[in-house]
Design a protein around this ligand. Structure first.
Ligand code: HEM
Length: 415
């Protein structure tokens, strides 16, 4: 949230630009005079880090696209060619595959911070909803991208997921053929998935721009969930606010350096992360005649895959499982209205909210683990239990946030 103060008119080249484009106004409004809460702490770096990874993905992706061949006969070989013959091709490939997983790690932490701080509550409902749309776009990009190496897991993972569309009553068969462009995953599917995988990240960049504009309209919240703009000094500056630049730009830069060090460690020394970031079977070319023993999506999808598998088919149809899987994601849109608590932050909410939020986090991690594993009776039972816990967090929220006793929120932020 920016404050109007008389800034000297820039001169020289900057002055020339500023007369023709509102450089200084944008700089002041969104950085130098954008006041953010002084106590945002570590949890507020994940948004900026996600932005950094989005840039890494788009740049490395464009470079990979220069050598990649989106055809069923050439795709696998072209990735091998990138890995072995293209200058620094192996680095670009590992940067992109490592980036994909880190992108989801950062955004999951970013979303969890939003759930903890109540960053979806009025007036930030739209900011949160744009966030959920970003999350959906990320999942679509990752899903389309996953087929491109045309390895065994790419091929059969896509087969499993696209077949889910066939479970939709009445239109399922036609829908799945429409999505594939064929009756099985084929060259046509690979081509269109590549087109979408190239296009959606640019839409994502646009969504992130809207996300940050929406944020700067309402202002950042903080661990106390206090609106800092409700307590200003005689100059109209929030007493608990500090200018985003230089304070948070410097802080985020430190986070960038630490993050890039960790990112490089993984990229150079463990790009497959023991099969979590790059699965072993995907180093074999796709073979439509040979189904892998165990088919599982990449870890950032497995919580939802575990939920899908937890729901037993009804009359041979997997549609109920598909509904549960999509409901688990779409329910995020409702959070601003499910939370009836008079306070924002988990700090001042009651024990019930704390217990449900913790149970939700545990259920998400456990479901991610179960979704990676081959199905068994025990794992299916556990998946059913943790799917119920996952949904209980959302569906019971209107009740426990209303019933529980909250603590008084201080007038000023705590540091
Ligand atoms: C590409 C993915 C994303 C990027 C680059 C991004 C970027 C950012 C940035 C830079 C901020 C301000 C710094 C901060 O508070 O972290 C922010 C805040 C926020 N983001 Fe995101 N975001 C992304 C995805 C999401 C998603 C998926 C959600 C929710 C579903 C979300 C919800 C929010 C909320 C509620 C805030 C305000 C936090 C507060 O002030 O309390 N974002 N985002």
């Amino acid at each position: 949230m920016s404050v109007d103060s008389a800034q000297p008119t820039p001169t020289g080249l900057l002055g020339w630009f500023d007369k023709r484009f509102p450089v200084m106004r944008v700089w002041n409004e969104h950085l130098a005079e954008y006041y953010a809460p002084k106590n945002m702490g570590l949890w507020s770096v994940f948004g900026s880090l996600a932005l950094l990874v989005l840039v890494i993905q788009i740049v490395s992706g464009i470079w990979l696209a220069m050598s990649y061949k989106p055809s069923a006969t050439e795709a696998f070989a072209s990735v091998e060619y990138i890995m072995r013959d293209v200058n620094w091709g192996w680095l670009l490939r590992y940067m992109h595959s490592t980036g994909a997983s880190f992108f989801f790690i950062l955004v999951y932490l970013h979303m969890f911070r939003g759930l903890m701080w109540g960053s979806y509550k009025k007036p930030r409902e739209l900011l949160w909803i744009i966030g959920v749309v970003i999350y959906l776009a990320m999942m679509a990009t990752a899903f389309f991208g996953y087929l491109l190496p045309w390895g065994q897991m790419s091929y059969w993972g896509a087969q499993v997921i696209v077949n889910l569309f066939a479970a939709v009553p009445g239109i399922g068969e036609d829908l799945s053929v429409w999505v594939r462009g064929d009756y099985v995953i084929s060259d046509a599917t690979l081509n269109r998935f590549f087109a979408f995988h190239f296009l959606i990240p640019f839409l994502l960049a646009g969504l992130v721009f809207l996300h940050i504009v929406a944020l700067h309209r309402v202002g950042s919240t903080n661990p106390d969930g206090i609106e800092i703009k409700e307590n200003k000094d005689e100059n109209g500056i929030p007493k608990d606010g500090i200018p985003f630049h230089p304070y948070y730009t410097v802080k985020d830069s430190v986070a960038f350096v630490v993050f890039l060090a960790v990112f490089s460690l993984v990229m150079f020394y463990a790009p497959d992360m023991g099969g979590l970031f790059l699965e072993g079977p995907n180093f074999q070319p796709a073979d439509p005649l040979k189904t892998p023993e165990h088919i599982a999506p990449v870890w950032y999808f497995t919580p939802y895959y575990a939920m899908l598998r937890a729901v037993p088919p009804i009359a041979g149809s997997q549609f109920p499982g598909v509904v549960v899987m999509f409901a688990a994601i779409l329910i995020l849109f409702l959070v601003p209205w499910l939370d009836r608590s008079p306070v924002r932050s988990i700090r001042y909410k009651g024990n019930l909210s704390k217990i449900f939020l913790a149970a939700f986090a545990v259920s998400f991690v456990v479901l991610a683990y179960l979704g990676l594993k081959p199905a068994s009776d025990l794992y299916t039972l556990l998946s059913q239990i943790f799917t119920v816990v996952y949904f209980a967090f959302f569906l019971l929220m209107p009740i426990y946030t209303k019933l529980e006793k909250t603590k008084p929120v201080p007038e000023r932020v705590t540091t």
